[in-house]
Write a protein that binds this ligand. Structure first.
Ligand code: ARG
Ligand code: ZN
Ligand code: CA
Length: 256
């Protein structure tokens, strides 16, 4: 690809009228788009906190996000759909992605990134579908209180980084620790992120060494770890290569 790719986004706010907080406001949605446009361009102010050893690895992913201005029928839109539900909340089983199961149907997922914002149970902040899956469930689901930086967004997940992380998956990035439960045997298929045993949470102190990855240890400040929003602030060049491969392959429909 050449240059920055802009992804049209539709946000489906799926809310139960008996819990008005679920119907988040436009300002909260715009605050999330703003975070994405900083994080995926390495324009986030906290990128300055990347340890010196890894500063050369920081990558501008050159992907931007814009609320859709044209809907699937060609009509003008603000890129926000509000859908009432009689469900009290959702889980990771995709009911939110279809009107027939109390959610909202996606817009064509080869032309729009579908973001569903709703109440989620089980302590889930969000989840994503990787490239290559069924089109009718393609996109990202995010807990309303982990979305954006204002409104119902609540610490420590009020930095908009749940969407950054989940859209990382949507663009084919794996968890930085390789999902091997501490075994050090699998990694994230990215050469410039150190092999790491398990996820980090909270606000870790640098360095945190695992899998013989000293002296610098885990790159826990990467968006694809599980730390608090204020403790993650970088993608790497190697991750950018995976995103490029995705945008030139499975998600090439977004290049036009
Ligand atoms: N899928 C992960 C979860 O639900 C998202 C973690 C996002 N991390 C964050 N700091 N916002 O736990
Ligand atoms: Zn994840
Ligand atoms: Ca790696």
């Amino acid at each position: 690809r050449s240059g920055v790719v802009t992804i049209p986004v539709v946000v489906h706010v799926v809310h139960n009228p008996s819990t008005p907080a679920q119907n988040i406001g436009d300002a909260q949605i715009h605050s999330q788009i703003d975070v994405l446009n900083r994080d995926f361009r390495a324009a986030n102010p906290d990128v300055s906190r990347v340890p010196d050893a890894w500063k050369p690895l920081v990558a501008d992913i050159e992907v931007e996000f814009a609320l859709a201005t044209v809907d699937p029928h060609g009509a003008p839109t603000e890129g926000i759909v509000r859908a009432e539900t009689d469900r009290t909340g959702f889980d990771s089983h995709d009911a939110v992605k279809a009107a027939a199961s109390g959610g909202a149907d996606p817009w064509p997922s080869d032309q729009y990134l579908n973001l569903w914002v709703c109440q989620l149970g089980e302590g889930l902040l969000g989840y994503a579908q990787f490239p290559g899956g069924p089109p009718q469930t393609d996109g990202v689901v995010i807990l309303h209180s982990a979305f954006g930086t204002t409104g119902t967004a609540a610490a420590p997940y009020n930095g908009g980084r749940t969407a950054t992380h989940e859209i990382g998956h949507w663009l084919d990035l794996f968890h930085i620790w390789g999902d091997d439960d501490g075994a050090c045997s699998n990694d994230d298929r990215v050469a410039d992120t150190p092999n790491q045993a398990d996820s980090n949470v909270g606000k870790p102190a640098f360095p945190h060494v695992s899998c013989n990855n000293g002296p610098n240890g885990d790159m826990f400040m990467n968006y694809m770890d599980y730390v608090d929003d204020d403790s993650m602030f970088m993608f790497t060049r190697g991750q950018r290569e995976r995103v490029n491969a995705c945008l030139e392959g499975t998600r090439a429909s977004f290049l036009v």
